[in-house]
Design a protein around this ligand. Structure first.
Ligand code: CS2
Ligand code: MG
Length: 402
């Protein structure tokens, strides 16, 4: 029986900060896990380095479920983004190893493909509506069949999702940037902005929009109703979801599909949302929701309630977890869509990937494991620099949800 002989953390910043776990077995097989938590990277690195890695040496890498239970229940203190991202990194690395040992891509370990590729959505944005429309045209020309549209709200420099430069990166400052937010300005602007997209491009593609936790359930219901004729694929994060039952009000107010969950880290964060069908898509991710083992549980529960998957896939999730996501995406029966914010080219100097974007879908490679490798020499060229996500403040100065 092979055992785990080495586990190490690689912190690197090719284009942005990433934390990666690399596990090596006595057979010399290596596996990778993404441990990146945007704005709190070192917390996860320390949780792993100081409290998890010492427990791994000598353990059986084959026993993925046992390792998951050992790290989850053995911690005593349960759930939370730091713990579950750390567990996710170990879990993902062990699935990578298992695939390599079996000579099979992870999707085959998960029961084989249910589809060839995972439909993805791109991210069009603009400082103005005309700029947004030009960006939507660019993604249409690139062959995307699903596009998220975000534009700066006039008078609200704290609008979410507007790209500056080649890649959208919200964690761009060494201390949190404080951004001003006006819900009223947003509610007056968003419906017309999205209507302009439909007016120019029609209904031949999926249109998505991210509200980014900014509204109350009442406001979200009103927005959803305004958007119904635009046939959105989803209205994302319409309201903070700690109080899952609050989504009953949004659900009662509108038929616009609802997607939530990129900040969730366990099945208990979304159990009520799923079992009461308060959402249409669950956005939990491999890297933040306990790895492939736990995310598959969430997706299987969602399938019972006709809730489809729509995993988070921003650039602050590394190519390792994006690859793991696509391996899972192509196997689950209730797949919906996969977020895909292409990483900066410099990121691929460190992470060598094998998934392919073709016809608006990501296709995992048949290579054994996850099909991603890390170049540790290249990683050393990009030292970590602390970066923070912005903080949102209302016009009265009080803190809002960013
Ligand atoms: C966004 C993210 O991708 C999304 O839907 O909500 O850009 C999110 O803001 C970042 O991942 C936070 O680090
Ligand atoms: Mg989002």
């Amino acid at each position: 029986m092979a055992t785990i002989t080495e586990a190490k953390i690689i912190i690197t910043s090719p284009g942005r900060n990433f934390v990666t776990l690399k596990i090596t077995t006595s057979d010399g097989v290596t596996g990778l896990g993404d441990a990146t938590l945007n704005g709190r990277e070192l917390a996860v690195a320390s949780y792993l380095e100081d409290h998890v890695l010492p427990l791994l040496t000598g353990r059986d890498p084959d026993r993925i479920e046992d390792m998951w239970q050992y790290l989850y229940k053995g911690a005593y203190w349960r759930r939370g983004p730091v713990t579950m991202t750390a567990i996710a990194a170990v879990d993902t690395a062990l699935w990578d190893i298992k695939g390599k040992v079996a000579g099979m891509p992870v999707y085959d370990l998960l029961g084989g493909r249910a589809r060839d590729g995972a439909l993805v959505y791109g991210h069009a944005s603009g400082g103005t509506v005309p700029e947004l429309l030009d960006d939507v045209a660019r993604f249409r020309d690139l062959g995307y069949r699903a596009i998220r549209a975000q534009a700066a709200v006039p008078g609200s420099p704290g609008s979410y999702g507007v790209r500056h430069g080649a890649v959208y990166e919200p964690a761009a400052t060494s201390l949190p940037e404080e951004q001003l937010w006006s819900t009223e300005a947003y509610l007056d602007f968003a419906p017309d902005c999205l209507a302009a997209v439909r007016e120019r491009f029609g209904f031949g593609f999926h249109l998505l929009h991210d509200v980014h936790h900014r509204l109350t359930p009442t406001e979200a219901g009103r927005l959803g109703r305004r958007l119904e004729d635009l046939r959105l694929f989803w209205m994302e994060d319409p309201s903070p979801a700690e109080l899952q039952e609050s989504f009953r009000q949004i659900r009662q107010a509108t038929t616009t599909p609802i997607a939530v969950g990129e900040v969730f880290n366990s099945i208990w964060d979304c159990q009520q949302l799923i079992t009461e069908r308060l959402i249409d898509y669950i956005r939990a991710s491999v890297v933040h929701a306990g790895g492939i083992t736990h995310l598959r549980r969430i997706f299987n529960l969602a399938e019972l309630y006709q809730v489809r998957t729509g995993s988070h896939g921003a650039t602050d999730l590394s190519p390792v977890s994006l690859s793991a996501a696509v391996h899972l995406d192509v196997t689950v029966p209730n797949f919906g869509i996969q977020e895909y914010m292409a990483h900066a080219p410099v990121t691929h100097e460190v992470f060598h990937t094998s998934y392919e974007l073709r016809d608006g879908a990501l296709h995992p490679s048949p290579a054994p494991g996850l099909g991603v490798e890390i170049d540790e020499q290249a990683a050393a060229r990009f030292p970590y620099e602390p970066k923070y996500l912005p903080v949102s403040r209302r016009t009265d100065g009080s803190v809002h949800d960013w």
